[in-house]
Write a protein that binds this ligand. Structure first.
Ligand code: PLP
Length: 374
């Protein structure tokens, strides 16, 4: 049986093996394993890619979000507008600081936060909005920005899945007050373990976040804030420095794979909805997520699995329905309907760089077979 994994790093890592070993060797010889030169080099390169003044390498994307909210002094009594259809970390950082996530619906066309629903849920207690650029495409950044300006809110962009994405030629992560990136291995720039980055153009927030990253210390053993250990490892940064110059090429391969799916699966549109790159956006296709209608999602996933094709459901349960969120969040009595439908219908197909034409064709043919047999 042919096999199509959901994700495989070996095609892109194969040619870089010697560079990875050299980068690790340099760190081992330096004797400097936390922050240091490799992290500073990574921060400079990322600042340049993003067109952002300040960047801080941190321990994970989840910590990047937490650190951003801590720098903004988010605390108990504050409300933060969050999409309910996203990864858990987007909103858990809010609860960890004692603040309240307010669930906002998303738009089916780009999986991004629905500003019209946010308008219904904003209140005098609202301090910030966390738009997520889900699956690799920017949300409607302009709508979010004017909404935030109208209500004097901070924007904390969750860019974990969308490094390199653009809206009106401007990079994801350069729109917000602060933004958070993840280098979890499956991201477009995937690391070798956990890693993240905070970006901002605000010098004061950058300096505060820098302190918070090292237990709130402005100088060694002088703790001016209650921070944490949010530091990035030097080995992680050194390996990311090797991969960073190739990330655009990896994204190109993802875009190419997405185009193939668009061409091959377009005729199935009554049964499924394909994800689209919307005008004025540059999609990085961290995931290729279709919606399968008529309650057929799980059956299709099983059909693919039985024929050696892996797929995944991101995300089967919205955050407003998570047990731990029950008493600490609110939808203000207006349910996030689109998010709930998406949770029932989404299915992510393999799209990683290095996926072969044969694997792509086999996946498409198998999906067609499923619907023909209906
Ligand atoms: C949308 C979103 N936000 C936040 C995170 C958290 O990033 P990390 O896994 O690096 O902590 C992820 C990562 O999976 C994510 O997909």
């Amino acid at each position: 049986m042919r096999r199509v994994p959901l994700f495989d790093l070996s095609p892109i890592h194969k040619g870089l093996h010697d560079q990875f070993l050299d980068a690790c060797d340099a760190v081992i010889h330096s004797g400097n394993f936390i922050l240091g030169n490799a992290v500073e080099e990574f921060e400079r390169s990322m600042a340049q890619c993003l067109g952002c003044k300040f960047t801080l390498g941190v321990s994970s994307g989840s910590d990047a979000l937490l650190l951003a909210l801590m720098a903004l002094d988010i605390r108990a009594g504050d409300e933060i507008l969050c999409p309910s259809f996203t990864f858990f970390a987007t909103a858990s950082c809010v609860v960890r600081l004692g603040a309240t996530p307010v669930w906002v619906d998303v738009r089916a066309e780009d999986f991004g936060i629905d500003v019209e629903d946010a308008e219904r849920k904003v209140s005098p207690k609202t301090k910030a909005i966390i738009p997520v650029h889900l699956f690799g495409q920017c949300c409607d950044c302009q709508a979010v920005q004017s909404f935030a300006q109208r209500h004097a809110l901070w924007i904390v962009e969750d860019v974990a899945q969308a490094q390199g994405a653009q809206y009106n030629r401007r990079q994801a992560g350069s729109w917000g007050t602060m933004s958070a990136f993840s280098f979890f291995p499956t991201k477009n720039l995937g690391g070798f373990g956990d890693g993240g980055l905070v970006a901002t153009n605000d010098v004061n927030l950058a300096e505060k976040a820098r302190c918070l990253r090292v237990h709130g210390a402005a100088r060694k053993y002088e703790h001016i804030y209650l921070g944490g250990n949010f530091r990035m490892d030097s080995l992680q940064a050194a390996l990311l420095n090797v991969k960073l110059p190739y990330v655009d090429n990896y994204t190109q391969q993802r875009r190419h794979n997405a185009q193939f799916y668009q061409q091959q699966l377009g005729s199935l549109e009554p049964f499924i909805t394909l994800p689209k790159e919307l005008p004025h956006r540059y999609h990085t296709w961290n995931q290729y997520t279709i919606c399968v209608h008529n309650n057929q999602r799980n059956a299709l996933q099983l059909f693919l699995k039985e024929r050696g094709i892996e797929s995944a459901v991101y995300y089967p349960k919205t955050l407003d329905l998570q047990a731990c969120m029950k008493n600490v969040s609110t939808d203000k009595g207006i349910t996030t309907h689109v998010a709930h439908t998406l949770a029932d219908e989404v299915l992510s197909l393999p799209i990683f760089p290095g996926l072969t034409l044969e694997q792509l064709k086999y996946t498409c043919v198998t999906i067609h077979k499923f619907f023909v047999k209906q």
